[in-house]
Structure formats: C-alpha cells, structure tokens
Design a binder for this molecule. Structure first.
Ligand SMILES: Nc1ncnc2c1ncn2[C@@H]1O[C@H](COP(=O)(O)OP(=O)(O)OP(=O)(O)O)[C@@H](O)[C@H]1O
Length: 252
C-alpha cells in the first residue's frame, strides 16, 4: 500500500482550473519530485495535501487513512509536514524555540500546568529541549540554538525549517522549492541533507523543485504538472527524457 495516494484531485479558483484530475501514489521511503513550469499548480497540490485548500473533487489517503478535507493541524497530526517556498520561520524566536513549536504537536501539557509551572511542565520542557537539541545536532545547528531564527544565514534557515517540520514527527515530508535562492554549493549541501533526512529518519519525501540538477540527482520518481494536469509520471530518468516533458517544461 502506498504511503500517500491522491485520486482525481481537483480545485478551481474562480474560472481557473488550478488542479484537475491529479493522481499520485508515493511509496513509503521514496524520494519523489513534483515538477512543472511556473503556475502549473504544484504549490496548489501541496496546499490540497496539507489541508490549506479543500479539494472540490478527489480523495487523499495517508497510510490508508482518508484525510481529504481535514484541517491543516489534523493532517499534520496524521503525519504530513511541510516547508514553504518562502521560508516561514518564527523569526523573532530562537532557533531552538522554532523546533520546540514543532514538538508541541505531540508533547504537551495543559494550560493550567504551564501557568502554574507544575512538575509536569518542567519534565515536558526538559524532554522537549533534549529532543530539539538532538534535531539541531542532525542539522549542524546546535551552536546556534539560542540565535534568533532571523539572524541565521539563508541556507541554515532552510535547514531549520526542515528540522521544525521533522519535529512534528511526520510520515511524509513535503518540501516546497527547498533550493530556491541557494547558490550551487548550498544546493549540493541541501541535496546531501535531503538524502540524509531520508536515511536517518526513514522518511518519505515529496519535493517541488525547479533545479533540475537537484531533481535529477536525488529523486527516484517524478510527476510533471502542466496547466494543472499530470503531463507525465514515472522513473526520473524516463520522465526527464520524455519529449513531451522536454517540450513543455524544459523549453527545448
Ligand atoms: N488562492 C488562489 N487564488 C486564485 N488563484 C490561485 C490561488 N492559488 C493559486 N492560484 C493560481 O493557480 C495556478 C497554480 O498556481 P501554483 O502556485 O500552484 O503554481 P506552481 O506550479 O506552484 O507555480 P510556481 O512554480 O511559480 O511556484 C496559478 O495560475 C495561480 O495564479
């Protein structure tokens, strides 16, 4: 059984059919890419998968469980976490507090426990600090734990966003243009990070990316969107050599 399956997903904005009859199956442990020209509907697919938009048609199942139309928080708790095209960290919080926000999804205490600082508060906070530091170490960010997120260099902000998403303990991680704004060296490092995340966390990853080096270098399977519809899907090498894809997407 696929970890994620979307069947016949569709959504319109006014008269625009942003996503139409979208189907995808992602096996557990795979590194999967969603590509396509600007405005093809890729981010809209992420917004559908994460409950930002409710599909007008179609079904989404995660690990066999129907999550169609659920709220973003419910979908996150069911096991889908994401990063954004434009980094969305809590810029005024420290690096470690950004990760702790993610941990709060599954480790918590009641408001009363928090206000009264009951023993459980200290126990859970200590545990969260330890878990957050472990995650920061994985991403080489432990030295910057107390730095304001806004003061991190760009590449590290991207890593922190991934760390925060992983803190919610997802089954599926969605990365929206993780290499956007990166120089070639940063992109190479990011590719290593993504591979590492897959191995270390036994993670399934779906990413949107325009950088073909990254896509060709790390994704095993691809879906190409064009004008909201699936143009082609399959093994990365087959898809990238498909003349339709080259014509529509690579402009050659
Ligand atoms: N909330 C919205 N309201 C109206 N139109 C929208 C909305 N969200 C997306 N669209 C439109 O839907 C289409 C698909 O947009 P989307 O952002 O999903 O494309 P994309 O493939 O992610 O593009 P890019 O690669 O440029 O990020 C575009 O025409 C966009 O303008």
């Amino acid at each position: 059984m696929a970890l994620l399956e979307a069947k016949n997903l569709g959504i319109s904005f006014g008269g625009l059919r942003a996503v139409d009859d979208f189907n995808i199956k992602i096996e557990k442990g795979s590194l999967y890419g969603l590509i396509g020209p600007n405005g093809a509907g890729k981010t809209t697919v992420f917004n559908l998968l994460t409950g930002v938009y409710k599909p007008t048609e179609g079904i989404i199942t995660l690990d066999g469980k129907d999550v169609t139309g659920k709220k973003t928080i419910e979908i996150n708790q069911a096991g889908i976490a994401r990063t954004f095209q434009n980094i969305r960290l809590f810029k005024d919080l420290s690096v470690i507090d950004n990760v702790k926000v993610g941990l709060h999804n599954h480790m918590s205490y009641s408001t009363v426990t928090g206000i009264l600082r009951l023993p459980k508060y200290y126990k859970v906070e200590k545990q969260m600090t330890e878990e957050a530091m472990e995650l920061l170490k994985v991403f080489g960010l432990e030295e910057e734990a107390e730095t304001l997120a806004d003061n991190l260099p760009y590449g590290k902000q991207r890593k922190l966003e991934i760390a925060r998403a992983l803190a919610t303990k997802p089954k599926l991680l969605l990365l929206d243009e993780p290499a956007a704004g990166m120089n070639p060296n940063e992109t190479l490092e990011l590719m290593e990070t993504i591979r590492f995340v897959r191995e270390h966390f036994d993670m399934t990853i779906l990413l949107i990316e325009h950088d073909m080096k990254l896509v060709g270098g790390i994704c095993e399977e691809l879906t190409v969107l064009n004008f909201g519809r699936v143009l082609c899907q399959g093994k990365t090498s087959d898809v990238l050599n498909n003349p339709e894809v080259i014509k529509a997407y690579l402009g050659e």
